[in-house]
Write a new protein. Structure first.
Lengths: 334, 266
């Protein structure tokens, strides 16, 4: 139970008023407002094991942030249950807060007018962290995030990268078992992004923290996540490893082979079809009818080499960005 | 005890941070004082042009704005960050507060140091000193204690009103504008003996929006006008207690509203 996240049948509905178009419509809405229920999250279930990093993905408005808000105790679900490190976050908000750390990339939890180190000291008092422990953890974070170069600067004067690094440290200073990161690297340059990723990897691999991450940065997902949960329109579309997702939505590979004998008769292979054939050059791709069962690029490569004598071979594989685009489109169509 | 220690530490740090922006700091104090210009003008006109108002001597009337201002200054200093909470909601700061093991209301109050309160309190202290120096009353220990209780009760009553508006803002952010209206109303009518106003207005400011309990009724009790204040004497006399009760009620409302908080940006 320690450090795990368990979500069962979670739903969250928001009620809003529909604005009718035009001035007359606005007056009608005033007199007779039309209320609609918008399901931000609808019956989703998943779990995250202790020490696992899970990427919660989906297009804008998919329900990722709402899910994180329920798990951090900010929102109460309409139905379903959630447990974070054994605690129901919306029932025992303060107890849950001691077990979790949260970073919302677009807002800071630091005191705007205070130097970063003063904010850290306040958080130490709030979470009742012993001074020696706090100092040791700050030293560790400084080594990884280079905080000391700016921690005497007031938050309002920090760059985005410095601010998010400070927020990350602030979220972990009380040694939480579970960490929620809602688009933590949004708007950051590549160097700082890499530094943050390294820090997160360290927290998962060395410290055994459970991390739930939302991001639109597929490089980040590729570098950090072991498992991915994809949601769209509030519904869970897919829960699996990156390999599974690639297999299901990323079959856009091509194998380009140059045959030793240009006159070889080229036949399709199981699950693989010939896309182009010009002289000795042949381009193979996944058979369109295979869908999710199409062979991976590596299986195709092996099959081509085993079947034909080739003098040169190369592969083009869709990157994760393409794969996720395909997954989103598929989810949209479904 | 831990909560008080943290609150004191954060307040000290926030104050120090404000001091480091010298011009901003001085401007905020000035704006706090200038904001009360209508009260200062009222007091000046009252003392220089009139001998009294609604059956009260000028010196007695002066006790009303002095009490209200002092209560208001203390409210701004201690509990005033609930006013215009819409900004903290829009910035997503309430979301952050909810992820910390500390009451959200306390975190709202510790968000920044209200430098303008220094201006408010300076004007209020000057007004109170003026009111007391002109007063013919015998300031016994009992009267002084009641005055202190009235100021604290007035602060809590004002805090209750703004906490109620803030509670509504947690669910309907547009409700924040009501806070501005409330501030305007308190500033406009808070300085007068309410018996000079039309009965309907006086009734509204007593039973609709209980402004009368902030300073008018306590001042009436202190100056011997408690029996002709428009409500039973005992009700006017318990004004400080009503402030405490109203504040407790408002905090319950806040807690309830926080349970329905749905935040911004999904």
């Amino acid at each position: 139970m320690s450090g795990s996240i368990d979500v069962r049948g979670l739903s969250r509905t928001f009620h809003t008023t529909v604005r009718r178009p035009g001035f007359t419509g606005a007056l009608r809405s005033l007199v007779n407002p039309e209320r609609v229920a918008k399901q931000a999250v609808c019956d989703i279930s998943f779990d995250v094991a202790p020490g696992e990093l899970l990427a919660l993905l989906g297009p804008n408005g998919a329900g990722k942030s709402t899910t994180i808000k329920v798990l951090t105790g900010i929102l109460t679900p309409t139905s379903g249950t959630a447990r974070v490190a054994g605690v129901v976050p919306y029932e025992e908000r303060e107890r849950n807060a001691r077990n979790i750390g949260a970073v919302f990339g677009q807002r800071t939890q630091l005191w705007w007018d205070l130097p970063v180190r003063e904010s850290f000291a306040i958080l130490r008092d709030i979470y009742e962290v012993p001074k020696a422990e706090h100092a040791a953890r700050l030293k560790e974070f400084d080594d990884l995030l280079d905080l000391s170069s700016f921690w005497d600067t007031r938050v309002r004067h920090l760059s985005l990268g410095q601010r998010v690094r400070s927020d990350l440290a602030a979220a972990l200073l009380h040694d939480p078992q579970v960490v929620f990161l809602d688009e933590p690297t949004i708007g950051m340059d590549v160097v700082v992004k890499e530094q943050v990723r390294e820090f997160l990897r360290h927290q998962v691999e060395q410290r055994g923290r459970t991390v739930l991450l939302t991001t639109h940065d597929m490089t980040e997902v590729e570098r950090l996540a072991e498992r991915v949960v994809l949601i769209n329109h509030g519904r869970l579309v897919l829960d699996g490893s990156l390999d599974e997702i690639r297999r299901r939505f990323g079959s856009t590979w091509q194998v380009r082979a140059t045959l030793a004998d240009a006159h070889t008769e080229v036949q399709p292979l199981p699950g693989i079809e010939v896309l182009r054939h010009e002289g000795a050059r042949v381009v193979f791709g996944p058979a369109s009818c295979e869908g999710a069962d199409a062979p991976t690029v590596h299986q195709a490569l092996k099959a081509v080499i085993e079947r034909y004598e080739v003098t040169d071979i190369a592969i083009d594989e869709a990157d994760l960005e393409d794969v996720m685009r395909a997954a989103y489109v598929h989810a949209e169509a479904a | 005890m831990k909560g008080v220690r943290i609150a004191w530490r954060v307040t000290r740090l926030n104050f120090r941070a404000q001091l480091e922006y010298r011009t901003e700091f001085l401007l905020m104090i000035a704006i706090g004082a200038i904001w009360q210009v209508s009260v200062i003008v009222f007091a000046t006109v009252l003392l220089s042009r009139f001998t009294g108002m609604g059956g009260w001597d000028s010196s007695e009337v002066l006790l009303i704005p002095a009490t209200r201002m002092l209560a208001h200054g203390l409210f701004v200093l201690v509990l005033g960050r609930v006013h215009l909470i819409g900004r903290q909601i829009q910035e997503g700061r309430i979301d952050i507060y909810l992820t910390r093991p500390m009451p959200v209301h306390r975190q709202v109050q510790l968000a920044f140091f209200p430098t303008n309160a220094i201006g408010d309190l300076t004007v209020a202290a000057g007004l109170m000193a003026g009111a007391l120096s002109r007063s013919d009353l015998d300031w016994t220990a009992g009267r002084v204690s009641y005055l202190v209780a009235a100021v604290v009760g007035g602060m809590l009553l004002e805090a209750a009103l703004f906490t109620a508006v803030a509670s509504a803002s947690l669910r309907f952010p547009a409700a924040d504008y009501w806070g501005r209206w409330l501030e305007e109303l308190l500033g406009t009518f808070g300085s007068y003996p309410l018996n000079v106003l039309p009965k309907a207005v006086g009734g509204f400011l007593t039973f609709g929006l209980p402004l009368a309990f902030v300073a008018y009724f306590p001042a009436a009790v202190l100056t011997g006008h408690g029996h002709d204040a428009g409500v039973p004497y005992w009700l006017a006399a318990v004004s400080p207690l009503l402030g405490v009760l109203a504040y407790l009620g408002a905090r319950l409302l806040w807690r309830r509203s926080l349970g329905h908080y749905s935040g911004v940006n999904g």
